[in-house]
Structures are given as C-alpha cells and as structure tokens.
Design a protein around this ligand. Structure first.
Ligand code: HAM
Length: 430
C-alpha cells in the first residue's frame, strides 16, 4: 500500500474546509486593501530562491536537477518569486503596486506540531513606498485577517533589522558575520550570539549595548522605543532605525485599532533580505509564529531591477488553523441550506436531476441520491450527512407536480408543489 511521503499530509474534508476558509478570508482582505492576486510557479530556479533567503531555508530546500539539467527548487516562500516577477514584467507599472498570492510552499523541516514540509501561506507584498504608512498598512491588514477569522489575544512582536545592522556594521562586521549573529538571535540563542559577536570583534561597548537591548521586554511599545533609542545612541544607523519604528508604531496607534504590539530590539528574522521593520504574530499557547513579514528595500535591485522599496507579510495558514482550533473559534461562514434529492423510482430520476439543478441555481447545496437505495436507507444516509432537507420524488406526487419535503431536524414532512419548493426551502428556518 502506498503512503504519503514523510512530512506530506493529506487534508481530509474538514481540514481542507478550514484551510480554504482561511484562504478565502485572506483573499477578501487582500481585495479590501487593493492587493491584486497573482499566481507564480511552485518550481523556480534554485539560484533565485537561494539568493537572499536564510542559511536554514537554503539547506532545507527541495532542490533537484530537471530533465533539461536545470538546477531547480520548490519554492520555500513567495517573496523571491514575486520579486522576480516584478523585475521581469511589472517594473514599469505605476506605484504603489500591491500583490497577493496564496498556495503551497516546501521546506524540508523536521516534521512536528505546526512545522510541515508542505504548508500554505497567504502572502501580501507592497512595492514602491519607503514610507512608514506602507509598513503600518502591512501590520493593519494582518490584524484585519486575524480579526476577521475570529482569533483573539494575538500579539505582534515587532523589531527593526536596522537596529542590529546599525550596531554590527559600525562594529565592522561583514555581511556573513552579521548573518551568523542574526541566525543565532533568530533562534533565541542569545548567549551563543554574543559569544560569536565577541569572537568576530565586537567591542566591549558594542557587547554591552547588545546585551542591554536583548534583555529588554517591556509592556509599553512607546516607552520601550524611547529606552532602546537611549541605549543605542552611539550607533547612528540604529538610532535612525528606532526613529523609523517609532513612526510606524505611532501610525498604528493613531489608527484607533487596538493592535497588541511588543517591541523587541534584539528581534531578528532569519531571512536575509530584510532591511527595515520586521514582525511576527503569535497567539497564547502556541510558541511558533502564525505569520511574519517585514521591509526589504534591496531585493529588487539585487535581482537586477531599478531599486524598488518593498514591504510584505505571509500569514501561515496551517498554523492559523491550529490557533483557531486552540481557541475553539468556529468559522463565521453564512449557513447554506442543504438538501438531499431522492427519487423513489428510477422513472423519477430525470425529474430529480432537473429539480437538483433548479435548487443549485438558487444556491441550495444539493446531494443527489445516486446509490439506488430504498427510501428508508436513503433518508438515514441523508440524516448521517446532516442535510437540512430531503426532497423525495415519487411517481404519484410528480403526476400532480408535487414532491415531499422533509425537514430533517424537525422530522416533519409535507407535500409541496415543485413551483414553491425553492421558496419553501429558502424561507424556512431549518
Ligand atoms: P516566514 O517567517 O519564513 O516568512 O514564514 C511566514 C509564516 O509561514 C510563518 O510565520 C509560519 O506561520 C508559516 N510557516 C513557515 N514555515 C512553516 C512550516 N514549515 N510549516 C508550517 N508553517 C510554516 C516568509 O516566508 C516571508 N516570505 C514573509 C514575507 C513576505 N516577508 C515579506 N514579505
């Protein structure tokens, strides 16, 4: 018997429904904010995907040579593909440009709770603006997605990659040395990060500043930013980064939306392309991020385009399912009326198909009885499937243009005319 490949999952109807619901809400929010959907391929050139990702992702990509000898990989995220598309085909489009994508991604992570080798994201990228309102928009739309899904008590961990960059660059570290410190900070291995920083030549003052900002864990984002600015005052680029983050936080606070923001100056996201504000979202009881994003102003240039600033976010659909399950938050979908259409005799089947089509046209979800069962067992099957109504077609009733309509929950049935059937089903409270 064949099994799924390790780390790959089949999603059964209930799980698939939850995933698609989140995708739908995410897409609705993309429209509310003016993001246009694009579809990019799952398979991309390895060089593109590896260019500015993280050491971890680079090592865990599904990569292989295709039959034409090209080195390809399955996308571990959307951002590189969207940036490639912008450079190739959209660079002259008027700015801002807002693009939405959703689909599956692949990382050879060790399978565990919330960490899958195939997972789904809803991804938003905003190109063309360096202004703090663009960063604020990405935070606000993330809030909008999570709120519309009915999630509660989620928080935003916010930082700015310019803080560490400012300190480490002024301390004379090159890109590679900075990345090795950043990767350790991303994994919260703070002592190891400080040890590496010391080893590659960070000064005593630099180490003290790093230690003091890593330890900070305040309640009030505004107060924290004031404190952080004091501590990094010797590093001018880091001060600029804090100023920028202050503008973003102020805009979000001025919007009147109550986002729970927690500033962490030592926060580093693994991905190497970030140049500005970075953030991740969390819910209580789940210590893995349900989404993350940030500003990346240099990626388009790196891919060979004119410089275009950008900021974006990916919501992790699989982890949002886990968060919703944890919070027992039921999807807020409008209840559709459902019906089973059952022909008692084969001679009634043509009419059953016709009536099914008529009901579907009016938005009723119809399951046609196709197993040739007796009326009793067809009804018990309809009961098991939890449909609202059974529409039973017998030759006698059909002669008078009538059918039997059974309300499955109330266990009441009566004969109604075919002409009024739609009306009867849609008007009744099932
Ligand atoms: P990321 O932090 O690597 O960022 O992933 C974003 C989200 O995808 C994570 O917060 C998590 O919810 C979900 N995710 C990542 N890996 C897995 C996994 N193995 N299993 C389940 N869920 C996972 C990015 O991908 C960036 N491209 C986000 C971005 C867009 N930045 C700017 N624009």
């Amino acid at each position: 018997m064949f099994k799924t490949v390790r780390g790959m999952r089949d999603l059964l109807p209930k799980s698939a429904q939850k995933m698609r619901h989140i995708e739908r809400v995410a897409r609705d929010v993309s429209k509310l904010y003016g993001y246009e959907e694009i579809i990019t391929p799952v398979l991309e050139s390895y060089e593109l995907l590896a260019a500015k990702t993280s050491e971890e992702i680079r090592d865990r990509m599904y990569k292989f040579e295709d039959l034409g000898g090209r080195k390809v990989a399955m996308r571990p995220e959307f951002t590189a593909s969207v940036a490639r598309l912008v450079v190739n085909k959209l660079k002259n489009e008027p700015k801002p440009m807002r693009l939405f994508s959703t689909g599956s991604l692949y990382r050879y992570d060790e399978p565990q709770y919330g960490r899958f080798r195939e997972f789904w994201q809803a991804n938003y990228e905003l190109f063309g603006s360096t202004r703090p309102e663009a960063d604020a928009e990405i935070l606000m739309l993330t809030n909008n997605v999570l709120k519309n899904l009915g999630l509660k008590n989620y928080r935003f961990k916010v930082g700015h990659s310019g803080i560490l960059l400012g300190i480490l660059t002024q301390e004379g570290l090159d890109d590679q040395q900075q990345n090795s410190v950043r990767q350790l900070l991303d994994k919260k291995e703070w002592n190891e990060a400080l040890t590496v920083a010391k080893k590659v030549g960070v000064s005593k003052n630099g180490l003290e500043v790093l230690t003091s900002i890593l330890e900070m864990m305040g309640e009030d984002p505004w107060e924290d930013l004031v404190q952080i600015k004091k501590r990094v005052q010797d590093y001018s680029t880091a001060v600029e980064a804090v100023n920028n983050l202050q503008k973003i936080v102020k805009l979000v606070q001025d919007s009147g939306e109550q986002l729970e923001l927690q500033v962490e100056a030592g926060f580093a996201r693994g991905l190497e392309y970030y140049t500005g504000m970075i953030f991740e979202t969390y819910v209580p009881g789940l210590d893995i991020a349900i989404g993350g994003g940030g500003r990346y102003d240099k990626l388009i240039e790196l891919f060979g385009g004119e410089p275009i600033p950008a900021v974006g976010v990916a919501q992790g659909i699989d982890r949002i399912v886990l968060a919703l399950t944890k919070q027992k938050a039921a999807p807020k979908t409008p209840k559709q009326k459902t019906a089973a259409v059952i022909a008692i005799k084969p001679i009634c089947m043509g009419k059953a198909l016709e009536i099914s089509a008529m009901l579907r046209k009016k938005g009723v979800f119809v399951e046609l009885a196709v197993m040739g069962r007796s009326i009793r067992s067809a009804l018990s099957d309809a009961n098991r499937r939890e449909v609202d109504y059974a529409v039973i077609l017998g030759p006698k009733e059909l002669k008078e243009n009538m059918v039997v309509l059974k309300n499955m929950k109330k266990e009441e049935q009566r004969t109604v005319s075919i002409d009024s059937l739609v009306q009867e089903i849609l008007a009744a409270s099932s």
